[in-house]
Design a protein around this ligand. Structure first.
Ligand code: AMP
Ligand code: ZN
Length: 179
């Protein structure tokens, strides 16, 4: 728990919120400035700043609650669609530095705009280079995961990971990754 963190405050009950779901690891509550009525934030109770920092054992419970909330929005308030959004790092629009997943119910004719399609053009070799680097790192990360069926990833389809560069620090903080 971080003393100054708003969402740690909500998780511990010190800061009031309209709570929807409360389990030992995960909490869901109404966003105070909703994009639509029923906009919910789902958080791990443990203070973790961004998704890549989230301990493996919390992944499943976080996503499980996201799914429950999305289903509740459809079945209890008539959502006709649901957006699940998650910002990591200031650059990506993360205002509160405690992992949270936005679950936004959508209704015909609402005013929510989510638009990021086709903003950059990449050459075939750029797609391939990015694919190679991401596959390689994803394979390495999946094999070291402590939980879940992701370990059963189909090895034969993936290339060997590049060896870690010597002296290169493992950084998770998005701030430190920015130029
Ligand atoms: P993000 O930009 O992804 O970091 O989203 C932070 C979200 O937290 C925004 O949608 C805010 O409206 C929401 N928010 C900020 N303070 C509170 C609060 N006290 N209770 C509920 N939601 C909050
Ligand atoms: Zn926190």
């Amino acid at each position: 728990m971080e003393q100054k963190c708003l969402f740690c405050g909500i998780a511990s009950g010190k800061v009031p919120a309209k709570i929807i779901y409360d389990s030992p690891d995960v909490m869901a509550f109404l966003d105070i400035r909703p994009a639509n009525p029923g906009h919910v934030l789902v958080i791990p109770k443990k203070h973790v700043e961004t998704l890549p920092d989230l301990p493996d054992d919390l992944n499943a419970s976080l996503l499980q609650v996201v799914k429950i909330i999305a289903q509740a929005q459809v079945e209890a308030i008539g959502a006709q669609g649901v957006n699940v959004l998650q910002n990591n790092g200031e650059l990506a629009g993360q205002a509160v530095p405690h992992v949270h997943v936005h679950v936004i119910p959508r209704f015909k004719g609402d005013k929510v705009v989510i638009n990021y399609s086709g903003l950059v053009e990449l050459k075939e070799e750029q797609f391939e280079e990015i694919q190679k680097r991401l596959i390689s790192k994803a394979k390495e990360l999946a094999s070291s995961m402590s939980t879940g069926t992701i370990k059963e990833i189909k090895e034969e389809k993936l290339p060997e990971p590049e060896p870690e560069q010597k002296g290169k620090k493992k950084l998770h903080k998005f701030k430190q990754r920015l130029p």
